[in-house]
Design a protein around this ligand. Structure first.
Ligand SMILES: C[C@H](O)[C@H](O)[C@H]1CNC2=NC(N)=NC(=O)C2=N1
Length: 127
């Protein structure tokens, strides 16, 4: 039997009903690529104390002991960025690393940027 597909224009959710099982995975994929508006960005940023927004990106700067530590930190971003298929814009200035997160494909800030910010916060905690 063919599955029944419901697509909601209200919240971009997509439900597939198949043998009474409701599958909502599609919503995650769709909402991850939607550009967030200023209010949504500000609300989400409340959970990221060292991050700010400027135009089309969310940004942070971390200071390290020296250049070696700064580069070491940047190296630790490679694996999660590759895994997510989502890459930060990075500037290194001696012992400071500035990170800009934006979703180039979507032309703004999306949930993907906040997911990567979450990973970066986790990495910095264990540093
Ligand atoms: C095909 C590939 O996944 C895309 O081009 C990815 C690569 N990494 C990316 N990184 C960021 N920050 N934004 C993107 O839109 C993006 N697109």
């Amino acid at each position: 039997m063919l599955p029944i597909l419901y697509f909601s224009l209200l919240d971009s959710s997509c439900l597939t009903l198949e043998k009474s099982n409701v599958i909502i995975e599609s919503k995650l994929i769709i909402t991850q690529n939607m550009v967030l508006n200023e209010t949504e960005v500000r609300q989400k940023l409340a959970n990221y104390p060292n991050w700010v927004t400027s135009g089309q990106s969310i940004n942070t700067t971390y200071k390290f002991k020296d250049f070696i530590q700064a580069v070491e930190f940047v190296n630790r971003l490679v694996e999660p960025a590759e895994r997510a298929g989502h890459h930060p814009d990075i500037e290194i200035s001696y012992n400071k690393v500035t990170i800009h997160l934006t979703t180039h494909d979507a032309g703004g800030i999306t949930q993907k940027d906040f997911d990567l910010a979450e990973e970066i916060q986790r990495i910095i905690k264990g540093f």
